[in-house]
Design a protein around this ligand. Structure first.
Ligand code: IMP
Ligand code: MG
Length: 182
């Protein structure tokens, strides 16, 4: 077997290191544990991008909690969101009476999260808050406020730590930017 990896990451420029991500997640977990003392929140991971963040975040929250997963896609596959969101995989458990924490990889236009917050409200959640690893405020189209933000970044397309470019790079332990080839 060849010693060199076939997975070539040399075209990725690191924006946020693995260490910085882990340190920030400890802080977010502590803040959530403090704010939700005495409650049993349900953390809902927005697949697929938030998977990696979710798995580290729940281990940083020293509380009794439960988890669930939802997968959505925006209509019209392209990189431009139209605002229409389709649920591909719905929650397993009802939301009635639950304190929900929505876990996202990145808050960009806000269209996905504004749709989910409205839909979860209509389904009877007691409270809904948002934790996002990344926040790109420059591209916001819908009024959405995250309650917990890992890092606010400039308007660049980022990959790694769950985030993909055409399904690639999700397994990088850091957040990076694909270098332009020209
Ligand atoms: P929003 O509805 O525009 O806020 O969409 C958020 C979703 O778009 C995220 O969950 C990501 O899947 C995707 N997305 C937005 N910006 C990026 C990026 O820079 N890299 C990878 N995916 C992104
Ligand atoms: Mg996503």
């Amino acid at each position: 077997m060849s010693a060199s990896s076939e997975f070539n990451n040399s075209q990725i420029e690191v924006m946020i290191s693995a260490e910085a991500i882990q340190a920030r997640i400890k802080e977010l977990g502590a803040a959530i544990a403090r704010d939700y003392t005495g409650r049993k929140p349900e953390l809902i991971c927005v697949l697929k991008g938030a998977l990696v963040f979710m798995s580290d975040l729940i281990r940083a929250i020293d509380l009794e909690l439960s988890i669930d997963f939802i997968a959505v896609s925006s209509y019209g596959k392209g990189t431009r969101s139209t605002g229409e969101v389709r649920i591909i995989k719905d929650l397993d458990e009802p939301l009635e009476g639950r304190d929900i924490i929505l876990v996202e990889d990145i808050l960009d236009t806000g269209l996905t999260l504004s749709y989910l917050v409205n839909s979860f409200r209509a389904r009877g959640a007691t409270s809904i808050s948002i934790v996002t690893l990344l926040n790109k405020p420059e591209r916001r189209k819908a009024e959405v406020q995250a309650d917990y933000i890992g890092f606010t970044i400039e308007d660049k397309f980022v990959v790694g730590y769950g985030l993909d470019a055409a399904e690639r790079y999700r397994n990088l332990p850091y957040i990076g930017v694909v270098k332009s080839t020209d």
